[in-house]
Each structure stands twice: as structure tokens, then as C-alpha cells.
Design a protein around this ligand. Structure first.
Ligand SMILES: C=CC1=C(C)c2cc3[nH]c(cc4nc(cc5[nH]c(cc1n2)c(C)c5CCC(=O)O)C(CCC(=O)O)=C4C)c(C)c3C=C
Ligand SMILES: [Fe+2]
Length: 413
């Protein structure tokens, strides 16, 4: 066992016990620590590092996991000459690394030490296969129809170099160093087998930044995620995950899996921020302050899509984003949105290169992203303020069982 392994294991053991008594991680690692009484908001801050997500299970982690504060999305292409054999070895390496890192252990020999002193911090690594992966590995017969290319949308301005890819990895963590540590480990594990095609880095609010857990805000300042399907809802699994029951035939390997649509959506913030508050609210159909529908109530109140003002106009405009994207307006089409914000500095034209790394999950993109985006593309009031710049669609297999690696049921079928 390396020195790094010993010190991280020891630390985690201590934090596990400390979490129960409310002692901050900082106190354990020797930084300026404090003792918080149970129920004190400071207790929540103290537990950020010690929270962990399971690597094994029916579904991969990072789908229903609450939004983490840091994210990296990376697509890889298999190297020239690499095929199924190299893909198997790579998925084995990535899975072993993910299992270790998510448990708060070092990556193995040659660990960079970047995550030393930190707990797992809700780290997740989620792996997916793009359409081109199946040709490269001669598994075309096992490629699901759901991976057919997304249709072109009239407002798309997609950069092919930052789109698609053979393999996709989503990394999320509630600590920037823990996320970066995992990113480097994944890149190193790729070795000679795969090359980075594109990488995007994102963020969300840090846990503990608000007095109580709240729906996230995006860089336009809107409360974003209110009407996401909830795991407690009866139809959640059916909407988000490929059913396990009766899964057989060439696509049985996707049982318990999900399809991720990834869109890098630039926000034209200089234009948006000039728009008066009232007009911003009309664009979405919800209040900016608390996310409540313009028809009243609180964030979770149902939208009253039929309500009109005394002058006869709809209170939630016909082209409001929340109206157009609602499942009731799209034959029930729904998806789990799990985005990260991004900011890559100032573009050549002097405007912020910032927006949303929109990631959404569904059992079938044709009953999730595609019909909703078709509708939005035709008349969403938000369209003048956003630009879709990159796109990807990935088949994300179910979670690995004990002793399995991610994608084993595809690669060894
Ligand atoms: C095709 C799918 C969608 C894209 C692309 C999209 C981009 C996008 N959305 C916002 C901000 C908000 N979206 C909201 C709701 C909402 N959006 C979609 C789909 C896409 N959004 C759905 C399915 C829903 C839920 C509709 C419903 O069930 O009623 C909201 C309102 C609050 C909420 O429910 O989350 C906001 C705000 C931005 C800024 C954006 C691109 C940058
Ligand atoms: Fe939206």
C-alpha cells in the first residue's frame, strides 16, 4: 500500500467518525477547523468531503446523483488501430479507477496526489458509448436504434470538433481538486488506446452555499430544474432508464442504462442582461426571484397554461420556454436535465463564452430530447438568447455488478 493510499484511507476513516459528531473536515486535515452543533448549518458544510456515491449498482452513478459543484465532460476517440480488445482493456482500467476514486482511494500506482486530504466529495464517473464506437469495435449489430444521429435543428450552429466521439466520460464532484484528480486519472488510463476528442469543464453551486438545499440557478439567473422528473414519481424509471424486464436480444446490454444528450449551449449574456426583468420572466414563463409560474404560487405550483390577463393575452406567453418544453405540450416527452454551467473566458468578439453544458437523460431520445427540441427550435422565446454550439448522444449502459466493469455486457456478449 502506497503512502498516499495509507494517508487517504486513514483520513477517510477519521472523517467517517467525525461526520457523525459534526467535526469539520478541515479539523481532521489540520486546517482551521471547527466543531458544529447538530442541526447547525455548518454541519452540512463539514460533510461535503465525506459524502460518497456507489460505483456498483443497477444504474451508473452520476444520473440521479444530486448536481455536483464541479464537472468535466470528456469525449475520446479510439486510437487508430485500436478495436474491441483495446476497448475491453480500457473499460477495465477506467472501471477499476472509478471504483477506487469514488470510494476515496487513490487511483493506484503513480497517483498524482491532487486529491490528498480530501474525501470522495460525491465523486461520480459515468461512461458512455457514441455511435462511432460500434463500428470501431465491430459491434455494429449491437448498436441500438436510439443511437441514430439526432436530427439537424434549424438553429444549430454545431462545431463537429467539439461534438460526438467514440467514448464519453462525465465526471462530477463537490470539490474542484477531486474532480480534476479524476479527470487526470481517466486521461492517463486512456494511454495508447484512446485520444481526447473534446473536453468541457463546468460548475454548479457549492453545497452549503444557500441556507437550505434549493433548485440550482443557471448563468441567466433563472431557477432551472424545477420540473425535472423525480425518482419518487411512478413513471420516473420508465422515462429515464431502459427497462431491465424482458431485455433480450442485441440490445439487452442496455438494460438499466440511459441515453445522454449533451449540448454545449452558449448564452448570449450581453443581450440577455439588457432585457428588463419583466421581459426576462415572459421568456421563461416563470418569476426570476423564486422560479414560481407567472400564474402565481410558489416554485412548485403547477403552471396554469390557460389563464389569460384582463386584456385577453395569455399570462404565460404562447412562446414561453416553460410552456413549450412541458411534457403536457409534447405528448408526455420528458427528460432528466442535469447540466453544468460553463465559462471559458471572453470570446474573440468580446462577449462572454459562457452558458450551459446541457446534459439530459432519457430511456429513448425520441421520447425525450428530440421532440422537445424540435418544438423549441420552432418558436422558443429563449432562442434569440442562446446558441447550440456542440452536440453528442451517448448510450450509457447500466451500472456494473460486483466484479464487473462498465460495458462488459456489451463488450463480452
Ligand atoms: C430540448 C430540451 C431543452 C433545452 C435544450 C433547454 C435549454 C434551456 N433551458 C433553460 C432554462 C429553463 N428550462 C426550464 C424548463 C425546461 N426546459 C426543458 C427542456 C430544455 N431546455 C424542459 C423539459 C423543461 C421543463 C418543462 C416542464 O416540465 O414544465 C426552466 C423552468 C424551470 C424548470 O422547470 O426547470 C428554465 C429556467 C436554459 C437557460 C436553456 C439553455 C441555455
Ligand atoms: Fe429548459
Amino acid at each position: 500500500m502506497s503512502d498516499i493510499e495509507i494517508s487517504r484511507r486513514r483520513l477517510l476513516g477519521t472523517v467517517g467518525a467525525a461526520g457523525a459528531t459534526g467535526i469539520a473536515l478541515g479539523a481532521v486535515s489540520g486546517a482551521a477547523g471547527y466543531v458544529a452543533a447538530a442541526g447547525d448549518p455548518a454541519t452540512a458544510l463539514a460533510t461535503v468531503g465525506s459524502a460518497s456515491e456507489a460505483f456498483h449498482g443497477e444504474h451508473q452513478a452520476g444520473i440521479t446523483t444530486p448536481l455536483q459543484s464541479r464537472g468535466h465532460l470528456i469525449a475520446f476517440d479510439l486510437a487508430p488501430g485500436a478495436g474491441r480488445k483495446e476497448a475491453v482493456a480500457l473499460m477495465r482500467r477506467w472501471s477499476a479507477t472509478a471504483a477506487r476514486l469514488m470510494a476515496g482511494e487513490p487511483a493506484g500506482d503513480g497517483d498524482t496526489g491532487v486529491a490528498l486530504d480530501a474525501g470522495p466529495s460525491s465523486l461520480t464517473l459515468t461512461f458512455g458509448f457514441g455511435r462511432t464506437f460500434f463500428d470501431r469495435t465491430k459491434l455494429t449489430a449491437r448498436r441500438p436504434v436510439a443511437l441514430d444521429p439526432l436530427p439537424a435543428f434549424s438553429s444549430d450552429q454545431l462545431d463537429p470538433r467539439r461534438s460526438d466521439g467514440d467514448l464519453w466520460v462525465q465526471i462530477g464532484a463537490d470539490d474542484a481538486l477531486v474532480a480534476f484528480h479524476a479527470l487526470r486519472a481517466v486521461q492517463k488510463d486512456a494511454g495508447e488506446a484512446a485520444r481526447v476528442r473534446w473536453q468541457m469543464n463546468g460548475f454548479n453551486r457549492s453545497p452549503g452555499a444557500t441556507a437550505e438545499p434549493m433548485t440550482a440557478r443557471n448563468l441567466m439567473g433563472q431557477v432551472d430544474g424545477t420540473r425535472n422528473p423525480k425518482p419518487s414519481e411512478a413513471d420516473f424509471d420508465r422515462r429515464i432508464f431502459v427497462p431491465s424486464a424482458g431485455a433480450e436480444g442485441p440490445y439487452a446490454w442496455m438494460a438499466g442504462g440511459s441515453y445522454a444528450v449533451v449540448r454545449r449551449i452558449r448564452m448570449l449574456l450581453d443581450d440577455w442582461e439588457k432585457l428588463p426583468l419583466k421581459e426576462q420572466e415572459q421568456v421563461i414563463g416563470r418569476r426570476k426571484s423564486d422560479g414560481a409560474p407567472l400564474t402565481g404560487g410558489s416554485e412548485t405550483t403547477e403552471l396554469d397554461l390557460d389563464r389569460t390577463s384582463p386584456d385577453g393575452t395569455l399570462v404565460i406567453p404562447a412562446n414561453a420556454h416553460a410552456r413549450i418544453s412541458a411534457p403536457e405540450q409534447n405528448a408526455g416527452a420528458a427528460m432528466l436535465r442535469r447540466p453544468y454551467s460553463y465559462h471559458d473566458g471572453i470570446a474573440a468578439d468580446g462577449t462572454p463564452d459562457a452558458g450551459l453544458l446541457f446534459v439530459c437523460w432519457q430511456a429513448d431520445p425520441l421520447r425525450g430530447f428530440v421532440p422537445v427540441q424540435r418544438k423549441l427550435d420552432r418558436g422558443d422565446a429563449l432562442s434569440p438568447f442562446i446558441r447550440h454550439e456542440a452536440s453528442g448522444l451517448f448510450a450509457v449502459p447500466g451500472g456494473p455488478g460486483s466484479g464487473e466493469y462498465v460495458g462488459q455486457r456489451l463488450l463480452e456478449s
